[in-house]
Design a protein. Structure first.
Length: 517
């Protein structure tokens, strides 16, 4: 089916109402269900899994410091409607086929509420994974205002559950941010960008096999692939939607919730974006740029000023990123090369919003305060079926913990990527800063494991100089991050956020440990 772009208006996910709000906590219940969702007016309704019957899920909005509790309820069927590969970590035949656990991406929470991949559970909590410990999750929201997102994180099937629709936004706000007078209310618009493919009957397509060299006779069916990108770009649950915008400034809070796809965003009229925030909240200062690259799980907070556009103008938000990023196929200008359209209409009232030159203070973390440097290498090898296998430090998920930072201490992590593609690297529990990226000799590294820098350190782009929880680890570069662990101790994970990599097997546990006295 070839879908006409820009026929459906952009939906805005509704804000979820709590069941209970008292002075020490706000309590929500969120149900995961199977239902049918129409991604485009030319498509029949598509079977999806979503939170509260919505794709994306409803937005949870909280105030900084407000303690929220959420009971995430699995009401899904026992059978998956996407192809489950039983050979992946935690996916064996002894495991229930459908299991879920919710991670609030970017949040500072205790391990018991973090949605650890082995803390999964099934419909009605009938079966629980080895690390399941509690039903109700607590989010203290003691962190800067930011747009986080919640999504499924069940071991071995995260890619399928998120692709099925299990993702939604979570926004933390505070007075200081409101006082900046950025565009707000109906002029602040979330954009959850994903990609899907559809079968001719309108059902979601997800590949069930992959071509490999000399497949062994017991090659798994279904099998995971090294990454999946759909040919249809979906924003807030609609394929190539349009949004009517008044001649004024808008704030767009963008999330890339795709499995594998990166987007290099650009407006077709050459107009710039003003980037004001990143994963962990506002930047120190706004930054004007024509292009922004957003990898899986990254967020960017943008202002676009439509005030000088004549009413009637249409502007297309384009994508020029190759997939896999950034060495694979060029996007097709008629499909994955475009994201959505803005249609400028007359202003209904004065635009009194502002974009202050100073947004928030970002104290730079001091490299010399770090007590430890750790290296994380991105390794590509093959598994016993000759399929690509992605590892971190040549360990798979089931290998024991090798990183055990001490609570309250600062560490530098060097992400060593000798490969071809960019991996979006995510660490749970904390927000970090990017020190720099340094090019290195990948051939020498492949032979000897020795890192010889071949150029000067490159500073992160201004859009990456705020707080981040997911970073693009460039091929041929050592990306240096600085982070302080805490305030909680316990078991978390770090991983690549290309979901097919995360499931196979680019994810590792780590422990934040108590200080020894
Ligand atoms: Cu957004 Cu561990 O994930
Ligand atoms: Cu990866």
């Amino acid at each position: 089916i070839s879908l006409r772009p820009f026929v459906d208006p952009l939906p805005i996910p509704r804000v979820l109402q709590p069941l209970e709000r008292c002075k020490d906590k706000t309590y929500y219940e969120v149900r995961m269900k199977e239902f049918f969702h129409q991604f485009h007016s030319q498509l029949p309704p598509t079977r999806v899994w979503g939170y509260e019957g919505q794709v994306p899920g409803p937005t949870i909005e909280v105030e900084e410091g407000e303690c929220t509790q959420v009971l995430w309820i699995n009401e899904l069927p026992d059978k998956h409607f996407l192809p489950v590969d039983r050979t992946l970590h935690g996916s064996g035949h002894d495991m229930p086929e459908v299991r879920t656990v919710v991670h609030l991406h970017g949040a500072s929470v205790e391990p018991e509420s973090d949605g650890y991949p082995d803390a999964w559970y099934t419909n009605g909590f009938k079966k629980c994974g080895p690390r399941f410990s509690q039903k109700v999750y607590t989010y203290p929201n003691k962190q800067r205002p930011a747009m986080l997102w919640y999504h499924d994180h069940a071991l071995g099937i995260t890619r399928l559950n998120v692709y099925a629709g299990l993702a939604g936004l979570y926004i933390i706000r505070n007075e200081a941010e409101r006082a900046l007078n950025l565009p707000s209310g109906i002029y602040e618009i979330p954009l959850v960008i994903q990609d899907k493919s559809f079968n001719s009957d309108g059902s979601l397509f997800y590949p069930s096999t992959v071509d490999v060299q000399d497949p062994p006779p017991d090659f798994p069916d279904p099998s995971i692939t090294p990454g999946f990108a759909g040919n249809t770009i979906i924003v807030n649950g609609k394929a190539w939607p349009y949004l009517e915008v008044e001649q004024r400034k808008y704030r767009f809070r963008v999330l890339n919730a795709s499995n594998e796809r990166f987007y290099r965003m650009k407006l077709d009229n050459g107009q710039p974006f003003i980037q004001i925030g990143s994963d962990g909240g506002l930047l120190q200062r706004p930054y004007t740029t024509d292009e922004i690259v957003i990898g899986p799980a990254e967020r960017c907070d943008l202002v676009i000023d439509f005030s000088s556009q004549p009413a009637g103008t249409t502007i297309t938000l384009l994508n020029t990123a190759r997939t896999p990023f950034d060495f694979g196929a060029e996007p097709d200008p008629f499909t994955d090369g475009r994201i959505m359209q803005f249609r400028v209409i007359e202003r209904t009232s004065e635009d009194t919003s502002t974009v202050p030159q100073f947004l928030s203070s970002i104290p730079r973390m001091d490299e010399f305060a770090a007590t430890r440097t750790r290296d994380i290498s991105f390794d590509v090898t093959t598994d016993r079926y000759n399929r690509f296998l992605f590892l971190l430090n040549n360990h798979d998920y089931m290998d024991g913990v090798t990183e055990d930072p001490v609570v309250g201490e600062t560490e530098i992590w060097r992400l060593i990527n000798p490969g071809l593609g960019v991996h979006p690297f995510h660490v749970h529990q904390i927000q970090f800063q990017v020190l720099d990226r340094i090019p290195f000799d990948t051939a020498l590294y492949a032979q000897t494991g020795y890192i010889r820098y071949t150029g000067e350190p490159e500073l992160p782009s201004p859009g990456e100089r705020g707080w981040k929880d997911t970073i693009q680890a460039y091929p041929g570069y050592v990306t240096r991050l600085i982070m302080r662990f805490g305030p909680y101790t316990g078991r978390y994970v770090y991983h690549c956020h290309i979901l097919e990599h995360e499931d196979h097997d680019m994810m590792r546990p780590f422990d934040v440990v108590a200080r020894k006295c």
